[in-house]
Design a protein around this ligand. Structure first.
Ligand code: C5P
Length: 224
């Protein structure tokens, strides 16, 4: 059974959404609430795991019995995840990580009185999930034994999910169909979990805890 099947394991979960600073008061962000990541952290702890939760801008209380590391930006999230996975068995990347960040952060608040509304120049953020997969392929620590990610897709869910799974080099990709009031900021979620070596696992619409438990079932089956 599930009850304490993650006892003795250390798992890392990322949650929330990163904020990429433009100036001291402004940022580029996204609508991730952190609810799914927090559900993953709670359910893993309930199953006996030691849990490190890397939380990016989440307005939720720390789950009991979980070590929470709060971060803001993608670069901070990367540092925190790499530190936490050094002795971890598995990572589940549920955070919405910004693909881009402003190339430079203005030290003072940008004024509307400036002659021109200057462009915000963006540069690429590292893809943390892909980096973990690459580290594992190359045997370049730190990386955990099992690597899982999330992906939100609006159409061609299976085809896009399969391509993303391969690109990221992870074991499991939990693909959310977004839209219809699902996923963002709601207590419910539905998904299909893809892996390179097994049939897709459909998780019907239900509480984010129920989805989290199925994800941990699939992770647990892959733990060495
Ligand atoms: O490519 P896409 O953003 O759709 O992939 C989503 C998955 O990749 C999530 O697990 C997310 O946490 C992870 N990701 C990441 N670093 C990024 C972008 C996404 O780890 N820069």
């Amino acid at each position: 059974g599930r009850s304490l099947d993650l006892t003795g394991r250390h798992v890392v979960v990322s949650a929330g959404g990163t904020r990429e600073a433009i100036d001291p008061v402004r940022f580029i962000g996204n609508r991730s609430s952190g609810l799914q990541g927090y559900a993953l952290a709670r359910t893993a702890a309930a199953r006996g795991a030691r849990v490190t939760l890397v939380a990016a801008n989440v307005a939720l209380p720390d789950p009991a019995g979980v070590a929470v590391v709060r971060v803001e930006s993608a670069l901070q999230l990367r540092d925190a995840v790499l530190e936490a996975v050094a002795d971890a068995d598995a990572v589940v990347m549920a955070a919405a990580v910004a693909d881009f960040r402003p190339a430079a952060r203005s030290d003072s608040k940008i004024k509307k009185t400036s002659a021109e509304p200057g462009a915000v120049h963006l540069v690429k953020n590292p893809d943390i999930l892909a980096e973990l997969g690459e580290r594992r392929r190359e045997g370049a620590a730190p990386y955990p034994a099992v690597i899982a990610g999330f992906a939100a897709e609006t159409d061609d869910v299976l085809a896009n999910g399969r391509a993303k799974l391969a690109r990221k080099g992870c074991d499991l990709l939990v693909v959310n169909q977004v839209g219809e009031n699902l996923a963002f900021g709601t207590p419910d979620n539905a998904a299909v979990v893809l892996s390179a070596d097994a049939e897709p696992v459909e998780i019907p619409r239900g509480p984010k805890e129920a989805l989290a438990d199925v994800v941990w079932d699939l992770v647990a089956a892959r733990l060495p």
